[in-house]
Design a protein around this ligand. Structure first.
Ligand code: HAM
Length: 429
């Protein structure tokens, strides 16, 4: 009987895990440099945490179930709602702003394809209690800084403010349900369907033209003026546009100007309320979005005092895919540094002693446990990426020595047993 992996999940082997660990640690370092502290929340939560804002329809897209106590639970599809819950449960009284980051797996019932999985990982952050536009500017700068540290090139950082379109729709009294449909199509970038929908909803030709015009607007700061000219006298839209302009000015002081203003960003999740951003890497096909985020109002939805909240999450698997696509070098070390090889099975006790001494010095060491011939041991050690093999022979041991073989150059030298740990410790840095 062969049992296979569930659809949309993956196994990760040694090399890939090392690469993922390197990327995780790099992101950790950057986030911590910006003053973020790590938090962890449960993998499953009360189903209501995800249906309260998004409605029952979200159940189609997530894994949810009843436990033996008849509780409705869901595997988390993302971490912003769990972090909002954690904030309300534990941190409301804490001095603000509160900067939290997380790395964890998420689950979505999606149709799997390249870059789209049912279990995937997010590395993200939430900044709660910061003021706009400063908090937003810092969050956006950190996202770009993290990609720079990873060596990722050729990505596009798109920034918008969905308050502009929302205000126009509110002023025109478009019903909430219809607004969601419109935003959904804006998010997909499906202009044709959007046009059909706007025709069916009977929105005025003026509004239809403005909306279609807006979602096509992309560029640098000059876009602000163009938008100003098309939103006419919608007060809310002007306010959102001014917020966007202030953000772009603040980004300049943070030293990040490599963005594209894009009013067509609507985001798939329902809780965003203003500034939104997405990062794309071309060459990843349909799943080119490696990160998304923005300012949101989830905490009020759960009954908390209104508090400025901004965040984003890298799709960790897509970041890995982008690094691979761009042939970015990820420095990974071999599995072990040293392999200890008894030249005869009688030497195994000596070999184990030497191995333990090296391990206690913090040197990654492995030893032959399979009673193999020296030639086999050498090729096995080479496969593991060992830099040196310690050959333990009876004659050398009798003289208090071992032979050290450099696996790269092939050079061999006799080393005093007493000096081995110090010498290898020094070599391995
Ligand atoms: P999201 O855009 O739904 O936002 O997800 C964030 C990132 O996760 C996406 O940009 C994408 O790279 C990755 N992602 C999403 N679904 C999948 C999937 N099925 N397979 C692989 N990768 C995927 C959020 O989840 C928000 N909570 C982000 C946020 C944090 N907003 C504010 N704070």
């Amino acid at each position: 009987m062969e049992i296979s992996r569930p659809r949309g999940t993956r196994d990760f082997l040694f090399k890939e895990m090392k690469e993922r660990k390197y990327v995780e640690n790099t992101l950790r370092r950057v986030f911590e440099n910006y003053g973020y502290g790590e938090i962890k929340t449960p993998i499953f939560e009360d189903l209501k945490l995800f249906t309260t804002k998004s409605g029952e329809a979200i159940k189609e897209e997530i894994y949810h179930f009843k436990d033996k106590g008849n509780r409705d639970l869901a595997l988390r599809p993302e971490l912003t709602a769990p972090v909002a819950r954690l904030y309300l449960n534990e941190l409301q009284r804490q001095a603000k702003p509160i900067k939290m980051y997380y790395f964890g797996s998420c689950f979505r019932y999606e149709r799997p394809q390249a870059g789209r999985f049912r279990q995937f990982w997010q590395f993200g952050c939430e900044l709660i209690g910061g003021k706009s536009p400063e908090a937003e500017a810092e969050v956006i700068t950190m996202a770009a800084h993290a990609l720079e540290e990873l060596g990722l090139k050729d990505y596009e950082f798109h920034i918008g403010n969905l308050g502009i379109i929302r205000s126009l729709l509110n002023d025109a009294e478009v019903a909430a349900g219809d607004q969601e449909k419109i935003m959904g199509l804006v998010d997909k970038g499906d202009v044709e369907e959007l046009e059909n929908l706007l025709n069916n909803l009977d929105v005025s030709p003026g509004l239809k033209e403005t909306l279609l015009n807006l979602i096509g607007m992309k560029g640098h700061k000059e876009v602000i003026e163009k938008v100003r000219n098309v939103i006419e006298n919608c007060k809310g839209a002007f306010k959102s546009l001014n917020d966007l302009e202030k953000l772009l000015n603040t980004l300049e002081t943070f030293g990040f100007t490599n963005y594209i203003v894009n009013l067509g960003i609507a985001r798939g999740l329902d809780y965003y309320s203003g500034i939104v951003f997405e990062i794309y890497v071309h060459g990843l096909g349909a799943q080119k979005q490696i990160s998304g985020g923005g300012t949101y109002n989830l905490i009020e939805v759960f009954g908390g005092e209104p508090v400025g909240s901004t965040g984003f999450a890298f799709g960790f698997d897509r970041v890995m895919g982008a690094l691979e696509k761009q042939n970015t070098e990820i420095p990974v070390k071999g599995h072990i540094d040293i392999f200890v090889a008894p030249l005869s099975w009688e030497m195994r006790d000596e070999a184990f002693k030497i191995t333990q001494n090296l391990r206690k010095k913090g040197i990654k060491t492995d030893v032959d446990l399979a009673k193999r011939k020296t030639k086999k041991i050498l090729s096995y050690a080479d496969n593991l990426g060992a830099k040196y093999v310690v050959l333990v022979g009876a004659r050398d041991i009798g003289a208090g020595k071992v032979t050290l073989k450099n696996m790269e150059s092939g050079d061999q030298q006799l080393v005093d047993l007493d000096d081995l740990c110090r010498k290898l410790g020094h070599e391995m840095g």
